[in-house]
Write a protein that binds this ligand. Structure first.
Ligand SMILES: [Zn+2]
Length: 309
């Protein structure tokens, strides 16, 4: 059987995580991505995201957080913090968002697909081992990384994060786990306030903070000069991507000035890096991106560079 070039995991349950009126992280984001990908590419292999298992989540998260997200069963929306909402259907969305990344890892490592993209919400990179925060319930990409290491036997996994916000949760989860390299560009200062250059973990954390109004040239320079060489030197056996598109100039939550073309560029660089070290294997998962036009065109640029046609 011929492997899929690019598999896309999503699930309707991810649309039923209801953050409430006026919330930036809204179901329309995922609809915009799925519709844009469907309209742009004929060759995507779409799959329903399975739910993550409790055991898969426990590789990253405390049992207390699992109980908070999965066992609260709220009758109406409740706020876990000022940004982060748990609604009646959030538990299944969170399970499918994390499960997508796990299934994508299995598909890529099993040779069923060369690369995979997870079109899911809620996003994940702010969630720490014990705390849901910043629109994130479970840390989807961290659950995927631990699955690749602990269940699939890999020794080195890189997580790259170009969301405009720093992936504080991913950093905190892996800062004492040198099997994972975490490389992030982000606006600083900005929520959540972490991500300084001198946060280096066990030598496995590389941050490139960018000032407000930084444009695509500054973004590309940070990756070319600081982040990509670190990932290259790490020689990952699998490349995971926290793909947030909120560094786009149109995004309402931040002040960077990227265009869709910049996402095509970084993705092409990541594909070249994956080709050098890990047989091209990449799993990318949607994080932020809050302008629907920018989100649609940036995700299309990302997937085209990942091999969608
Ligand atoms: Zn973000």
């Amino acid at each position: 059987m011929r492997a899929d070039v690019l598999r896309v995991y999503t699930h309707p349950a991810c649309l039923r995580h209801d953050t409430g009126p006026g919330h930036a992280e809204r179901p329309e984001r995922l609809t915009a991505v799925v519709e844009a990908l469907g309209a742009s590419f004929a060759t995507l292999a779409w799959r329903d995201a399975p739910p993550a298992s409790r055991g898969q989540l426990l590789r990253v998260h405390d049992a207390r957080l699992l109980d908070e997200v999965l066992e609260t069963h709220p009758a109406a929306r409740i706020a876990l913090d000022p940004d982060t909402v748990l609604s009646p259907h959030s538990a299944e969305a969170a399970l499918r968002a994390a499960g997508a990344a796990v299934a994508a890892v299995d598909a890529v490592l099993g040779g069923e697909a060369l690369r995979a993209f997870c079109a899911v919400r809620p996003p994940g990179h702010h969630a720490t081992a014990g705390t849901a925060m910043g629109f994130c319930l479970f840390n989807n990409i961290a659950v995927a990384a631990r699955h690749a290491l602990d269940a699939r036997g890999l020794e080195r996994v890189a997580v790259v994060d170009f969301d405009v916000h720093h992936g504080n949760g991913t950093q905190a989860i892996f800062e004492h786990d040198p099997r994972v390299l975490f490389a992030s560009s982000h606006q600083w200062p900005l929520y959540p306030g972490t991500g300084a250059r001198n946060e280096t973990g066990a030598g496995n954390i590389v941050n490139a903070p960018l000032p407000p109004d930084a444009n695509g040239a500054a973004f590309r320079a940070a990756w070319r000069e600081r982040l990509l060489p670190a990932v290259d030197a790490f020689r990952p056996q699998l490349l995971l991507v926290s793909a947030g598109f909120d560094a786009h100039a149109r995004d309402p939550l931040a002040q960077l000035r990227l265009q869709a073309d910049d996402y095509a560029w970084i993705t092409a660089e990541l594909v070249a890096l994956a080709d050098r070290h890990c047989g091209g294997r990449i799993v990318s998962s949607l994080e932020g991106g809050y302008d629907l036009v920018a989100l649609a065109e940036s995700s299309v640029a990302h997937l085209r560079a990942l091999g969608a046609a």
